[in-house]
Design a protein around this ligand. Structure first.
Ligand code: MN
Length: 245
């Protein structure tokens, strides 16, 4: 098996090092990741400047762009490597509910999925890298499972509680929950007296009931959500068709 590994925390992040270590035991891997932390970059591609790829001493490739850039360049001719699977992470912090729209971690996996390649995004629920060894072991076990029952390319979003391996409660298939609106922007002043703004934290969980990703990880389970990329609102399309045609 050949696996392309990326992330959004950058090629130096402990999460991608642990993930690459875990997967190199079971597959031929190539790592292509951003040269710096690009968390929150969603699916953006860099179109206004050229991209360059360099190789670090440990063999990882790093690129001066977004997670989507990394996977896009790797899959469209940047590397002579045709992966069977694209894996992203392990992210520092959860990507659940509405986070998935902003996540660069999920975006790197999505880019593989858009090219017809199965893809999995891995995130640890809490920041700080506690029990990263357990998360890497879980990631390897998930990659080793063949998701034949999904019949075709899949895009899986996995969130792993920061628990010792023995305390994790196993895989739980979930749907995305929902968050409240984001917290307010954080306003401050720069040294010149100008108003500046930091984007505030994500909203608290709103729909976090049984069956959601939020609920699974709160109970010690590893949450695994199959995603699709189809933004069409089918019911509203039908309503428009009834009135407008
Ligand atoms: Mn990140």
């Amino acid at each position: 098996m050949k696996i392309l590994v990326s992330n959004d925390d950058g090629y130096l992040a402990p999460g991608i090092v642990a993930l690459a270590d875990a997967l190199s035991a079971i597959a031929e891997i190539v790592v292509v990741a951003p040269d710096s932390n690009r968390s929150g970059s969603s699916n953006s591609l860099t179109l206004d400047r050229p991209l360059t790829v360099q190789q670090a001493a440990n063999g990882f490739y790093f690129l001066n762009g977004t997670p989507s850039d990394c996977v896009h360049v790797a899959l469209t001719g940047g590397l002579a490597f045709k992966p069977d699977l694209v894996v992203s992470g392990i992210n520092q912090g959860q990507n659940m509910g509405d986070d998935t729209l902003y996540s660069g971690t999920v975006a790197a996996a999505t880019e593989g999925f858009l090219f017809g390649i199965p893809a999995i995004a891995f995130s640890q629920v809490e920041k700080g890298w506690q029990h990263l060894d357990a998360a890497a072991r879980v990631a390897r076990e998930i990659v080793e499972r063949r998701f034949d029952m999904l019949q075709g390319p899949y895009l899986l979003n996995v969130n792993i509680p920061n628990l010792p391996y023995a305390s994790l409660k196993g895989l739980r298939p979930t749907r995305l929950g929902k968050r409240h609106e984001s917290e307010p922007v954080i306003k401050a002043q720069d040294p010149h007296g100008r108003d500046i703004y930091w984007i505030g934290p994500a909203g608290r969980a709103k729909d976090a009931g049984p069956g959601t990703d939020f609920h699974a990880v709160a109970n010690g389970h590893v949450s695994i959500t199959p995603l699709q990329i189809d933004l069409t609102h089918a019911a509203q399309l039908a309503a428009l068709e009834q009135r407008l045609t």
